[in-house]
Design a protein around this ligand. Structure first.
Ligand code: DGT
Ligand code: CA
Ligand code: CA
Ligand code: ZN
Length: 573
């Protein structure tokens, strides 16, 4: 694996940093966007982009032109994009880290640097403590507080890099499939945080049983997408994939497969609680078996069900294993019957090329049919449906409707303006079968009041991606989720779990609070391209982490049932 070519993750990080530094230096314009799009494309490309660039073929990728390809070649030759090296020499290194603090983007980082002369994290802390940041327009006491809080956390700027589960899952599945197909393999399973469907994962854990562990571990280290073998022993190995994902494989004896799968699925908190409860009953639980402390008898189990049953619990779905009440519920036989992917009957938030989607209405609907949906809401962005385009889209939907075995619903995703108004007239909203209202700008500008106001509209059926967070990029707004849930119940508005890998918004915690308050939620893809319709798998994972049952998810119902449950509009009753 002596492949010296830079990995896609490294290339993408350089383009993102270049874009950030340009913004920090006060530039704007299309090049910044182009670099960010290139970074995203590079990250998503399954093969080595550096290799493609050297062959002159990176240009064939969407969003990558000649200039960007040349920059990739610079990285392969000199280790860094030349423009990036130049800019790094100008911007103080620590100023770059300001951008990663909550509420601070490149623009504010620039002003701290240029207007207040702050160039180090220490100076930033001192200025926040001395309440000097509020002298900058746009920053207030709250920002100072947030910055101090973030700086107080260890690893504020650097932290171990977690990756989005949605980005890593395809590669994880391919790995499991390749291992399962190996002649030496017996059982192969995902474990760890990925099996629990956490939104981000530090590394990807796989456990297996094998007739020949060494052969399986060797095959694992030689998978085509492996670029680095970090560790390789007789029972486990750690490798890094082309995208920079870290994989752990453990090959374990078949007789204790259940014990090991249970152990390596975690979470650590769940395991600790499980062990403590066992100790009180004279049992010692380890990854290899359960020991009766008094007699020393060891029990090993081939399945997880047997492990939990021996300890007096019903089997607990991995998504619930966070020590948040699941052990008590499992002991009492009161675990919820969790919603499943197959329960979804429709997707109620999707896009097409009529707004910023990448695939056509017809193609998206065809994929929805393949997915077995009964209904499908087309909800393009309102600002792209002005000047007669809404009616044109409706005509296209009407023409398509007769030809597909699925009900296409005419929806819209309407913006919630800074003053809480919607950016589409009531007359137009009235023509919609389903209305999603979302905040898309001015995120920190009274988000609670704006969303509450939108829910008062008789036409708004659902609020999209409530907190506007982008995992790893934008912190959630300080929206009062409790008040929003109350208002949702009061007005008959629904909330969604948006399944985009970097949104997953509502979070598991918020979704669970909504369920406990009695609110039904939707699991939507917010898909902007064909493959993105599959993201509902992540949303369902999040729903399960929130203890949601089929009944708690609105779009497990038929469209008729949905119609009966949603709010009444004067024109529709
Ligand atoms: P991650 O990788 O940070 O996204 O999260 P996990 O949960 O995959 O954590 P990881 O990869 O460090 O370990 C996999 C599982 O192994 C973890 O979920 C539970 C188990 N485990 C790891 N460390 C400990 C520990 O110190 N005590 C116990 N009881 N279990 C542990
Ligand atoms: Ca892990
Ligand atoms: Ca691990
Ligand atoms: Zn959307």
């Amino acid at each position: 694996m002596g492949d010296a070519l830079p990995r896609n993750a490294e290339l993408a990080a350089q383009f993102d940093l270049l874009a950030d530094l340009m913004e920090l230096e006060g530039e704007d314009g299309f090049r910044i966007g182009a670099y960010r799009r290139a970074a995203a494309q590079i990250r998503e490309t399954p093969s080595s982009v550096a290799k493609l660039a050297l062959e002159g073929r990176a240009k064939e990728l969407q969003g990558i032109g000649k200039t960007i390809e040349e920059k990739i070649v610079e990285v392969t030759r000199d280790g860094e994009i030349h423009a990036l090296s130049k800019r790094k020499a100008v911007v103080p290194a620590e100023v770059t880290s300001f951008m990663r603090l909550p509420g601070l983007g490149p623009k504010t980082a620039r002003r701290l640097w240029k207007e207040l002369g702050i160039t180090t994290v220490e100076q930033l802390r001192a200025a926040a403590e001395a309440q000097q940041l509020r002298t900058l327009g746009g920053l207030g006491p709250k920002s100072e507080e947030k910055i101090l809080e973030a700086l107080a956390k260890p690893q504020a700027a650097e932290g171990p890099r977690r990756v989005l589960l949605g980005n890593a899952l395809p590669r994880l599945r391919a790995t499991v499939e390749a291992l399962a197909a190996h002649p030496a393999a017996d059982k192969v399973s995902i474990a760890g945080s990925a099996r629990r469907f956490r939104e981000t994962v530090r590394d990807l854990d796989v456990i297996a049983t094998a007739s020949d562990p060494k052969a399986l571990l060797d095959a694992f280290c030689a998978l085509p997408w492996v670029v680095e073998v970090a560790a390789h022993g007789p029972t486990k190995a750690t490798v890094v994939s082309q995208e920079g994902f870290r994989f752990d494989l453990r090959v374990v004896p078949p007789e204790s497969y259940g014990n090991l799968l249970q152990h390596f699925t975690g979470s650590k908190a769940h395991n600790v609680a499980l062990r403590e409860a066992a100790v009180r009953r004279g049992l010692s639980v380890s990854e290899y078996g359960i020991t009766e402390v008094e007699s020393g008898t060891v029990h090993t189990f081939a399945t997880e069900e047997e492990v939990y049953a021996f300890l007096g619990y019903a089997w607990i779905a991995p998504e619930l294993r966070e020590d948040l009440g699941e052990l008590d519920a499992a002991r009492r036989g009161e675990l919820p019957r969790l919603v499943e992917l197959a329960d979804l009957r429709g997707d109620m938030h999707t896009h097409t090329t009529w707004s910023d989607g990448k695939d056509t209405l017809e193609a998206m609907v065809a994929r929805a049919v393949e997915k077995g949906y009964e209904y499908y809401v087309v909800s393009d962005h309102s600002q792209r449906l002005r000047d007669g385009r809404l009616e044109q889209q409706d005509a296209e939907i009407d023409a398509l409707s007769g030809r597909v075995p699925l009900r296409i619903l005419k929806g819209v995703e309407v913006n919630i303006r800074a003053n809480g108004e919607l950016d589409m007239s009531d007359d137009e909203l009235e023509t919609r079968d389903w209305v999603v209202a979302s905040v898309h700008h001015g995120f920190d500008n009274s988000p609670t009041e704006r969303v509450l106001a939108a829910m008062e509209s008789p036409y708004v059926d659902c609020i999209g991606h409530l907190t506007s967070r982008r995992i790893g990029k934008r912190a959630p707004t300080e929206i009062d989720v409790e008040r929003v849930i109350e208002k949702a119940l009061e007005t008959g508005t629904f909330l969604e779990i948006n399944s985009q890998p970097d949104r997953l918004d509502l979070t598991d915690v918020h979704a669970r609070a909504a369920r406990e308050a009695g609110l039904k939620l939707l699991v939507d893809s917010d898909g902007h391209q064909l493959a993105a319709l599959d993201y509902v798998e992540l949303g369902i994972g999040q729903a399960r982490r929130a203890w949601l049952t089929k009944d708690d998810v609105l779009n497990t119902r038929t469209w008729k049932q949905v119609e009966r449950l949603r709010k009444r509009r004067a024109a529709r009753t």
